[in-house]
Design a protein around this ligand. Structure first.
Ligand SMILES: CC(C)(COP(=O)(O)OP(=O)(O)OC[C@H]1O[C@@H](n2cnc3c(N)ncnc32)[C@H](O)[C@@H]1OP(=O)(O)O)[C@@H](O)C(=O)NCCC(=O)NCCS
Length: 146
């Protein structure tokens, strides 16, 4: 079952996030409090939207982001997406992605934008399978400070 998420879901979202990104291929050690702040920021924005997939009342995956105007249309920025590591490759991510598309098209969204790491299954398999391509025009830039 997929439904829209709100602030009451944040603790469960944060716990899922910590466990997914502690696993391969990310192996990241996130503090729960930091994830909570990060997800709160993404979830409480003016145009934020988040959808979660539940199995037996347990959150097993979510996608969240925000939509913003761009010229005559809108873009949706995915800020986070994850699925319970034990359930990767079982179709939950695809269902969430399709649900998101169905929700945002009627509000005028014509494109989805996201950043992810090169060479991960997310980049090489999942997002490409969902129809994403690297942009010819735009580049993601970064300056390391210190
Ligand atoms: C990326 C992610 C959200 C995809 O969700 P998912 O439920 O595993 O995806 P699906 O089961 O719908 O898979 C769709 C396709 O992508 C491929 N795929 C997705 N994730 C994969 C993975 N981790 N390993 C191998 N293949 C994967 C599958 O081959 C599948 O294609 P198929 O139907 O032809 O087999 C999920 O794997 C995940 O949470 N990964 C860790 C966190 C992450 O990388 N998040 C994105 C970072 S920005």
């Amino acid at each position: 079952m997929i439904r829209q998420l709100n602030e009451t879901d944040l603790p469960e979202m944060a716990e899922l996030y910590v466990s997914v990104f502690a696993s391969e291929p990310w192996n990241e050690q996130w503090k729960l409090s930091v994830v909570h702040e990060r997800l709160t920021q993404f979830l409480t924005g003016r145009n934020s939207l988040a959808y979660g997939c539940f199995e037996s009342n347990r959150l097993v995956g979510f996608v969240l982001g925000e939509h913003l105007p761009y010229l005559e249309s809108r873009h949706f920025y995915i800020r986070e997406m994850c699925v319970d590591s034990a359930l990767h490759g079982t179709g939950i991510g695809s269902k969430l992605w399709n649900y998101l598309e169905d929700q945002v098209k009627p509000i005028g969204v014509t494109g989805i934008i996201l950043e992810t790491e090169r060479g991960t299954p997310a980049e090489e398999k999942f997002y490409r399978k969902m129809g994403c391509r690297e942009s010819d025009r735009m580049v993601f830039m970064y300056k390391r400070l210190g």
